[in-house]
Ligand binder design. Sequence first.
Ligand SMILES: [Zn+2]
Length: 240
Amino acid sequence: MLKEIEILCQLQVLDNKIRAAKKEKERLPKEIEKLENKFNLEQESEKNIKQRLEQNLQRQKKLELDIAANNQEINKYENQLLMVKTNKEYKALNSEITHRKEGNNKIEEQLIGLLEAESALEEEKKHILELLAKDKKALEKEKKKINIKIDELIKEIAQQEREKIELSKEIPDVLFRRYQRLIEHKDGKAIATIENGVCSGCHFRVRPQIIVEVAKGDSIITCENCSRILVAPRKSAKGG
Ligand SMILES: [Zn+2]
């Protein structure tokens, strides 16, 4: 078979590898992005818990001040009780004292509720901090791994591009440029085979006369529909 056709097939194999490596190189940074997004969400949720804890503690402080104020009032009334002269005054003061004590009981209940919420938030905070520490390590490790892979791919692509240039020197420049145009404009596939009578690139039926020409392999034949260079299926191509 024509040596040019064999070289073109080898070029296509190289281009397939280059294309796959480039695709992978573009995909990998998105993996890092996904991990970073997950980590950022966890950080947000930690911030949120911290805020809720702060609000809870402020609320506790305020309620404790309310209790202290009530106690001060109760003290004041109890001192006044010692000096009252009428039954009516006594009753009025007692009722004030009872009212404040009941108020304090309600506040105590609220405080217990807040303390329970505080414990739950502390638990949540502990859990998310553990998660953050773990995921930070995993993120760093994964980033390193992915960056190494990207570096390897860059080297691999450069090597394959060099091989491609070397290989291209073995065919006429005009043929290589034609091939290269097809690679750029036909979805990375310049070479198509004839499978069951159709072009593997565009699935257009190939005329029997062309099938015969391609099988001979002594000239460059292109698909009448997609312009890709047609070759006999690989196994027979290798034999020639
Ligand atoms: Zn075609």
